[in-house]
Design a protein around this ligand. Structure first.
Ligand code: DC
Length: 231
C-alpha cells in the first residue's frame, strides 16, 4: 500500500454547535473514512437516563445513571439519506430525540460522570482501532486518540454558534428562542471547559480552525492543505 493510502485517525474537537459534525462528515465522505459523532453517544446515554427516571427535571442522579450503564447498548447504522450513521439505543432509533433541548440541557452533567466517560471512551477507541476514522468530540485528540495523526481544534463565535443551532432546530419545527439557545451554548462551553475529567482543551499538537466566517467549501480547502501535510 502506498503511503498516501495509509489510513489515519482525524480528531475534530471543539465547542458545541461550531459545525464540527458537518465538517467531520464532509471530511469522512471525501476520504472514504468512517465518521463518528461522539457527542451523540453522550446524548444517547442522557436520553436513556431521562427515559429510565435517572434524571428528574434538572436533577441528575449520578448513581442511578451509572447503574444504567450495563443496560444500555449504543449502536450506529449507516443512513444513506443523511450520509452518516444514525444512533440507536437498545435497538431504538434515537437520532431525533437526542438533539432536542431536553437532552441538550442535561448532557453536560451526564458527560461529567467518570464512569460514563470511561465506558464511552473505551467504545470509541475500539471503533477507531483500525484507523480510517474521523471522530468529533471534546477529548478525542487529548484522551481518546492522543496519537491521532491529525488533530483539529474548532472554534467559532458563541453568537454565530447559537444562531446556527437555532436555525437547525426551528427548521425541524422545534419551538425555541434564540436567547435560550445562546444561554445553553454558553453554559455548555463553561461546563465542558471546567469539568474535572477530560475538560475541553486544545491538544498541544492540534491545528486551530475558527470557522465563524467561513463557508463549508472554504473549510474543506483549509482541510486539504492540512491533510496534504500529513500523508
Ligand atoms: O457535540 P455535542 O454538542 O453533540 O456534544 C454533546 C455533549 O457531550 C457536550 O455538552 C459535551 C459532551 N461531549 C463530551 O463530553 N465529550 C465528547 N467527546 C463529546 C461530547
Amino acid at each position: 500500500m502506498s503511503d498516501t493510502k495509509k489510513k489515519i485517525v482525524i480528531a475534530v474537537d471543539g465547542f458545541s454547535s461550531c459545525g464540527k459534525s458537518t465538517f467531520a462528515k464532509a471530511i469522512a465522505a471525501r476520504l472514504g473514512y468512517i465518521f463518528i459523532d461522539t457527542g451523540a453517544m453522550y446524548r444517547a446515554v442522557t436520553l436513556f437516563a431521562i427515559d429510565e427516571g435517572a434524571i428528574c427535571g434538572d436533577r441528575v442522579d449520578e448513581g442511578a445513571v451509572v447503574a444504567l450503564l450495563d443496560k444500555i447498548s449504543i449502536t450506529f447504522r449507516f443512513n444513506p439519506e443523511r450520509g452518516a450513521s444514525d444512533i440507536y439505543v437498545n435497538g431504538n432509533l434515537a437520532e431525533g430525540r437526542i438533539r432536542g433541548i431536553e437532552v441538550s440541557d442535561r448532557v453536560s452533567a451526564v458527560s461529567a460522570i467518570p464512569e460514563v466517560r470511561h465506558k464511552l471512551v473505551a467504545m470509541q477507541q475500539e471503533m477507531g482501532r483500525e484507523r480510517g476514522v474521523v471522530m468529533d468530540g471534546r477529548d478525542i485528540g487529548t484522551v481518546v486518540f492522543p496519537d491521532a495523526e491529525l488533530k483539529i481544534y474548532m472554534t467559532a463565535d458563541p453568537r454565530v454558534r447559537a444562531q446556527r443551532r437555532y436555525d437547525e432546530l426551528t427548521a425541524k419545527g422545534d419551538h425555541v428562542t434564540l436567547e435560550e439557545i445562546e444561554r445553553n451554548v454558553r453554559e455548555r462551553d463553561h461546563a465542558d471547559m471546567t469539568r474535572a475529567i477530560s475538560p475541553l482543551r486544545r491538544a498541544e499538537d492540534a491545528v486551530e480552525l475558527d470557522n465563524s466566517h467561513m463557508t463549508v467549501a472554504e473549510q474543506m480547502e483549509w482541510f486539504e492543505r492540512e491533510f496534504a501535510k500529513r500523508v
